[in-house]
Design a binder for this molecule. Structure first.
Ligand code: UT7
Length: 335
């Protein structure tokens, strides 16, 4: 019998900082609007031509996580790569990481669960480790959003929110069943698939068809979000899935040392904090500096919290996410 636990963490953020004031210069928006509605002050955007890609940012975060785990890349048995912005339509980005890390042969699987991607990936790694199938699993969340956003006033409700970056963890087996991942809780509701989506091109409308139509009104290649609807669902699902984890582990809310919510919107995190009566010290937020980095947001935040000494042996950590799909989930970790 095994549990899984995190033994190494890393993050990578592109150097190029884009402030709200920078966005004011290219679209009708304001620092006041962005901060009031989302809490975001700045985000990182890959500078074109700087050599970064979704997989390469993942590799940079992974190298740090592997080194901090006291391992070398060849010790990794399985790669899980969570992203909604893979390098290619196919193959997935996981195999590109495997090649870049010079791991001769190990399975690499992409997880396409958007904002919940890292939570789903940790839960998946946990199951493979618990069964004994794999020992050391590299879990990456990475997103290169900026190149695919509508950076005009038309796209402002989405483009001011999202940022680029990557986070990674190494998980391994432990025979101590009272530590590591204690439980994970995953959900989805495809009924609302298109409320937060990027649908074109797709298998119902391939590229040649879109090119032939040559319709300037067709912007299906940009992300779409029904913001208020997503917001309303997010606050409900975050609360539900955290409660589910608390019940499973028999923890009370005040026993949570650190809740790391997916960094979707500071207002959502504050709502959840209030709902469970948590103090500021019990909730980690860094959306102010990075915006919403989708599958990368939790591993980036977890890494920063660990670097700041907020996560150490014995810390009770809750990861929770909600996003496109809709998908949502939580992971309860006894560090
Ligand atoms: O990570 C995945 C999950 N995602 C989320 O959880 C996001 C959930 N949704 C949200 O966080 C919020 O809905 C937003 C922050 C995206 C938007 O906030 P909102 O309060 O729902 O604004 P809204 O879309 O209802 O728009 C209100 C007004 C509109 O103007 P009118 O029609 O009232 O004149 C928008 O056109 O704000 C306008 N607006 C903006 N104004 C300045 C929309 N985006 C912007 C902008 N700058 N960037």
């Amino acid at each position: 019998m095994f549990n899984s636990k995190i033994i190494g963490l890393g993050k990578y953020l592109p150097e190029n900082i884009v402030t709200n004031a920078d966005l004011e210069k290219i679209m009708e928006t304001s620092d006041a609007w962005i901060q009031e509605r989302t809490g975001i002050e700045e985000r990182r955007h890959i500078a074109k031509g700087d050599g970064n890609s979704t997989s390469m940012m993942g590799v940079k975060a992974a190298r740090i996580a592997i080194e901090r785990a006291g391992l070398v890349p060849q010790d990794i048995d399985f790669i899980l790569f969570a992203t909604l912005s893979p390098d290619y339509y196919f193959p997935g980005s996981g195999v590109l990481v495997q090649e870049a890390l010079e791991i001769p042969d190990c399975p690499a699987m992409d997880i396409r669960m958007q904002c919940s991607g890292f939570v789903y990936a940790v839960a998946t790694a946990d199951q493979f480790i618990k069964t004994g199938m794999y020992k050391n699993v590299l879990v990456i969340g990475s997103e290169y959003h900026s190149g695919g956003l509508d950076m005009t006033t038309r796209g402002r409700n989405i483009s001011v929110i999202f940022g680029d970056g990557a986070g990674a963890v190494v998980m391994t087996r432990t025979e101590n069943l009272s530590e590591g991942v204690l439980s994970s809780h995953l959900h989805s509701q495809g009924k609302y698939a298109e409320e937060l989506s990027l649908i074109g091109p797709n298998t119902g409308r391939w590229v040649p068809e879109i090119m032939e139509a040559n319709d300037p009104e067709d912007i299906s290649y940009y992300p779409y979000m029904n913001g208020q609807f997503v917001f309303k669902n997010a606050v409900v699902r975050f609360a539900e899935v955290i409660k589910e984890g608390l019940e499973k582990t028999s923890w009370s809310a005040d026993q949570i040392d650190l809740l790391i919510p997916h960094q979707a919107n500071l207002r959502i995190a504050q709502f959840v904090q209030k709902k469970f009566g948590l103090s500021d010290d019990q909730v980690y937020n860094n959306i102010q500096r990075y915006g919403n980095t989708t599958a990368a947001s939790i591993p980036i935040a977890l890494t920063e919290a660990w670097e700041e000494g907020k996560v150490e042996q014995g810390t009770k950590v809750v990861l929770a996410a909600f996003g496109s799909g809709f998908t949502w989930g939580s992971v309860m970790i006894q560090w």
